[in-house]
Design a protein around this ligand. Structure first.
Ligand code: PMT
Length: 402
């Protein structure tokens, strides 16, 4: 994915500098050509030799020294870079760049580059929330500099809060995504994910096993490829993909209304969610008390929720509408029936009783059936790969329409 990309990693002086070694190693494994510039302070945390060995390139530190080549180092690095990645980025380096200070090799090179510059901040929580730092960061964002949000957790300085550098694996993911083919710019996707929940009383509710993983991967793939993505999600434990507009809902009616609010403005609706088909007719507004008798029973009458996909599939204009079918038997027959009844462009059928398919897992096994009658079976795949296949098919259909 990063083959032939020149990534200049700027390492500044913070304890997270040790994580930058892992970052460089991961970028190399992805095929990037990595060159490292260290600030003076960074060399106090990690030896330049570490980075030189991992990057298989010399490490740059000083502004004024005998040149290795006959070009001016900060200019040649600035020009060859496809991306500058400053990790860890201290409050100091961010403050300097925001204020036009170029007093060492790293800040001078950043000032001289036209390449994208991405900061992965790492600092004490109070420094991170300090309005001066926040103002500098916001100003740089306005100018087009990019930031990878730090994590929240226990920091080396024994405080708890935001400021911990994003994990190297997540930074590499960000870098890979940003070089991904942006073939969906100008398209709006509406994706639903996760379960819905239907309350019984203020304490209890009914739901299903959906984790949201399938829908989140679809939203992430669309966003990576440049689409504007609205992700309508039932309750999940997942971290939403960066850059998508997130709408959280609980019940199927809430999901219905959220889809209704955005359907007309979207080019594509993909319904990977597993909304509950029924809800209790009456929701008690006080906790239902159990009785201390052996024969105690709780009988709840359930009534039908709207079928969101059916509703919008049958009202679509130019939109491409994609459904899922979670089945335990007669996969293709049942899915084909849903495809027709709900007026879909294609349906992604998964037999949730199969190994490696369905709820909660990182993998799925799908069969895609489209309105032209094509049926394609896929082997067990990572849900990210399934998402790519679905988005590729949506894109091909959009091209055929225009
Ligand atoms: O979330 P994960 O843990 O990753 O699991 C993924 C998944 C199994 C939930 C996903 O791959 C999947 O199959 N989603 C659809 C689940 C489902 O509700 O299937 P269904 O066959 O009951 O519904 C068919 C289609 O109608 C689905 O697109 C569903 O979103 C939609 N539907 C269903 C009921 C309803 N009231 N409104 C709907 O829009």
């Amino acid at each position: 994915m990063l083959k032939d990309k020149n990534i200049i990693v700027g390492v500044t002086g913070g304890i997270a500098a040790y994580k930058a070694a892992d970052l460089v190693s991961r970028l190399k494994k992805e095929g990037a050509n990595v060159e490292v510039i260290m600030t003076e302070n960074a060399t106090k945390f990690v030896s330049p030799l570490t980075f030189q060995t991992l990057a298989l390139n010399p490490v740059y530190k000083e502004m004024f020294k005998e040149p290795r080549n006959y070009d001016v180092e900060h200019i040649s690095l600035a020009e060859k870079a496809d991306m500058f990645l400053i990790a860890p980025a201290t409050a100091n380096v961010i403050g300097k760049i925001a204020n036009g200070i170029a007093d060492d090799l790293l800040t001078t090179t950043i000032m001289a580059t036209k390449a994208r510059v991405v900061f992965a901040p790492a600092m004490n929580t109070n420094m991170y929330i300090n309005p001066i730092f926040q103002r500098n960061m916001e100003y740089l964002k306005e100018l087009g500099y990019e930031f990878i949000s730090p994590g929240v957790g226990m920091l080396a300085c024994q405080t708890y809060g935001p400021g911990r550098m994003a994990e190297p694996a997540d930074i590499v993911e960000y870098v890979k995504n940003s070089f991904c083919n942006k073939d969906l710019i100008g398209k709006k996707f509406l994706v639903t994910a996760g379960p819905t929940i239907e309350p019984i009383d203020p304490v209890r509710y009914v739901t299903n096993h959906s984790s949201g993983k399938m829908g989140y991967k679809i939203a992430e793939e669309g966003q990576k490829r440049g689409a504007e993505v609205i992700l309508i999600t039932g309750p999940t434990h997942l971290t939403p993909p960066e850059g998508v507009k997130l709408i959280r809902v609980n019940t199927t009616m809430e999901m219905f209304n959220a889809v209704k609010d955005h359907f007309d403005e979207c080019h594509v609706l993909i319904k990977a969610a597993a909304p509950l088909d029924y809800r209790p007719e009456v929701v008690s507004d006080v906790k239902i008390k159990k009785k201390d008798t052996e024969k105690d029973e709780l009988n709840i009458k359930y009534i039908r929720n709207p079928d969101i996909l059916d509703h919008f599939g049958n009202r679509k204009k130019e939109q491409i509408v994609v459904g899922f079918a979670a089945e335990t038997n007669d996969l293709v027959e049942n899915a084909r029936e849903k495809l027709q009844k709900k007026n879909l462009d294609f349906i992604v059928a998964n037999d949730i009783s199969r190994d490696g398919a369905g709820f909660k897992l990182d993998t799925n096994v799908i069969t895609i059936i489209d309105k032209a009658g094509n049926v394609i079976d896929y082997p067990i795949l990572d849900k990210g790969e399934v998402a790519r296949i679905i988005i590729d098919k949506v894109k091909a259909m959009m091209e055929n329409k225009s």
